[in-house]
Design a protein. Sequence first.
Length: 232
Amino acid sequence: MQDFSSYHSNLDKDELLRMNDQFAARYFSLLERFGDLPACDELIMTQLKKEFPAEFLESLSDYQDKVDLEPPDDLDQSNLQDGRSWESPESEEAPPDMALMRQLDARGRKIAAFIYQCVFDWCNIMAILIPQESAVPGTRIQFFLCRTLGNLHACMESLASHELASASAYCKRVLRFAEISLLLLQQFEKNCPVQINDLLTVRNKQLALLLKDIKEQLQDCQTLQRMEGGFL
């Protein structure tokens, strides 16, 4: 997950996420309008610059990987236990919060593996099978699949750093974008100009089943947040 720029830090996180959603919606609206024109990118950016703050647009390209959370040089580690001590013996039952964290981690990896495969497969479908006239709806699908995966990554990072409120917020977005992805794929299947209906039908059924896992992930994120005394 990227570190927020100074512009980002001056905004409420919910406000920033809403602006990102508005930007994405507007971008695809303009893509449908200008997508067939040679100067498509220039026309889109010219319009977006009129509608969104310059600082926000600049921040979109100001991406940095999250820095490693190394302990400070003056940290007293004399009272810290062996880092492997959390691995309880099989005969010893883990505390409820630890058991839930392990469940969230295992299920999150399963969800991530499937969404990653969806993104990878759709890239190949777009490159090989989708004709030019279906490029815009195909790109929209790719965008929301990637957004699902990106928010899942942010959710898992938040869990790892014990930022439980953020984890729940990101997991809600994972569910939302996965549902949008499935809806767009179902619409694409109905209007698909090439014969990949069987492939789409199978993938759509798999994605529909995955939504159940994502809903369980969200419920567990919220349960863990309540166990830690957080507010939903």
